[in-house]
Design a protein around this ligand. Structure first.
Ligand SMILES: *[C@@H]1O[C@H](CO)[C@@H](O)[C@H](O)[C@H]1NC(C)=O
Ligand SMILES: *[C@@H]1O[C@H](CO)[C@@H](O)[C@H](O)[C@H]1NC(C)=O
Length: 265
């Protein structure tokens, strides 16, 4: 009897866990989805793996705590899907803190991952190897095209743009404004002498709910297994401009927020 009680403790703890979130307010589905996507932008950028990109599945739980003088903190539990196949790839727990008067939400995220990680590493590496062997720069326009199709050869090039754009989307997101990457307008590869792969992109980001289209010039430098290096410069329809850069080392956690915007891109 005693032993049986002990084995039940695990599930019981899982049931009690949400109580630690007591005192927080429920959240509208729109804001919950918005915050979960911010957490995934952060994850997709930080992982720097074009083969392991995730999209939002379903938000299972979302609460919000207003922290006076600091901002709004969301506590989230959600499922994720593989960006390409839409297959379920695991569940995430995340906190997203929108700070008052500061860009770039502070994100803390832990996920399970059900996709074969050996396979994603191999896919990343074979793309990398292929890019390193290019003697002529890869050049592409309008990915996906107007019919929504992506040429198989350009698919990983597009996926790397999603990973890089995730940095911009994470940095620009606010509690009320979210972003999707709509299209790679054009891409040009730079042939480098070092170990990296290097791409220049123009990407179109779709801002919601404003429906504004934002054009960003994005430079992505990538080596598999290493943090992405990203530099960007964006121009919105309203001609306001913004720039920034990231190297995969900045922390999104509440203890290490800093902002190193640069205007000299
Ligand atoms: C993620 O895991 C770390 C280490 O176990 C923990 O400190 C952090 O609170 C977790 N974050 C979330 C959002 O659960
Ligand atoms: C441009 O700015 C104005 C004023 O701030 C705003 O009303 C308008 O919706 C903006 N345009 C777009 C396309 O977002």
């Amino acid at each position: 009897m005693q032993r049986q009680g002990a084995t039940r403790l695990g599930p019981l703890l899982l049931l009690l866990l949400p109580l630690a979130w007591a005192g927080e307010q429920p959240v509208s589905p729109r804001l919950a989805g918005q915050a979960a996507r911010v957490a995934l932008h952060y994850l997709n950028y930080r992982q720097g793996s074009p083969s392991a990109l995730r999209a939002l599945g379903q938000v299972r739980k979302a609460t919000l705590k207003a922290i006076p003088g600091i901002g709004h903190k969301y506590y989230l539990q959600f499922t994720t899907e593989d960006y390409k196949s839409s297959q379920d790839v695991g569940t995430c727990l995340a906190t997203v803190l929108y700070l008052k008067r500061k860009p770039r939400p502070a994100v803390n995220i832990n996920c399970t991952y059900t996709k074969d990680q050996k396979q994603t590493r191999e896919d990343d590496y074979s793309f990398y190897k292929k890019m390193r062997q290019q003697t002529k720069s890869i050049i592409g326009n309008e990915i996906p095209d107007n019919d929504g199709n992506i040429e198989p050869d350009l698919e990983p090039v597009w996926a790397l743009a999603v990973a890089g754009s995730s940095y911009i989307m994470w940095e620009k997101s606010t509690e009320n404004l979210g972003y999707f990457m709509a299209q790679v307008k054009n891409v040009k590869q730079w042939i480098t002498k070092d170990d990296s792969t290097d791409f220049d992109y123009t990407v179109i980001l779709h801002e919601i709910p404003t429906q504004e289209m934002i054009s960003c010039h994005l430079r992505v430098i990538w080596i598999p297994g290493h943090p992405l290096k990203v530099k960007y410069f964006c121009l919105s329809e309203n001609q306001s401009s913004e720039s920034g850069e990231g190297s995969g080392i900045e922390s999104g956690s509440t203890t290490g927020i800093f902002n190193e915007k640069e205007a000299n891109f």
